[in-house]
Design a protein around this ligand. Sequence first.
Ligand SMILES: [Fe+2]
Ligand SMILES: [Fe+2]
Length: 309
Amino acid sequence: MVNTPDQDLLETLEATAQRLLDRHLSATKEWFPHTLVPWTQAEDYEPDYEWEPNDAAIPPAVRSALFVNVLTEDNLPYYFRDIERMFGRDGAWGEWVRRWTAEEGRHGMVINTYLQATRAIDPVELERARMIQVQTGAVPEPPTMAEGLAYVSLQELATRISHFNTGSMLTDEVGKKIMRRVASDENHHFLFYRDALTAVMEIDPSSAVIAMEKQTTDFAMPGVGIPGFSGHAKAIADAGIYDLAIHHDQILQPVIMRDWALESIEGLNAEAEESRARLVKYIGRVGKVGRRLAARREEKAAQLEPAPA
Ligand SMILES: [Fe+2]
Ligand SMILES: [Fe+2]
């Protein structure tokens, strides 16, 4: 757990934080949840209302993804706690923390309202799950700033992909637009954290590489504490919304191997050299297993398809 912000590193990177914050503010556009929610589809809920899957025609895996994605957004208080602990309240870092929090607040707001208006998910089940999850308050708590930056980089990009792919599988154009809007925010968050870790790498490459290794090998999609999480995660993977192959091809490979150029980082100490070797191997293995699982799933799907007449 990060007990106190790493003051020295924060101060050294103050100008970087300011630059990344300014870039973020000029790249993002203001948007309003109320303009996206399809209010005309909404109706009052009768007091004895009992939800049925037919209330909204959505494949179960997409429903699982919406459920997990919105609950992850609802866990914002604990992600805020992590981020504030890590970056503190002062200067550009503090400003980033508050701006990020304000933006994240919109995500839960717009997705929740969409789900309630369209009856896509049982509102009672969802609210009970939200209560359980927020009362559990479990989120990863990286122990150092470098590890924290490695974790949130991977996490923001994972959320971006998950929201985007969930939206792509909705036939409802409004839902698609909402999920893409949120995904675009997550992408901007990812860019801030990715480039902040790049700046750490320039000062202390060994700590950055050790942090990458720890957070990559420990990485789990957000969702611990969500009731029925493993079943939902399996459905989400089976539907190709987020699986190991995507994790490798769209996160580990482009971010760690390409953007952070893991294999060409110079000036590492012995511990970090070992860390790098393990991480390269690990990423290769994730790619292999991911491809194998995806192929197996395709085979299974082909077997289930009716034979041509
Ligand atoms: Fe979010
Ligand atoms: Fe985000």
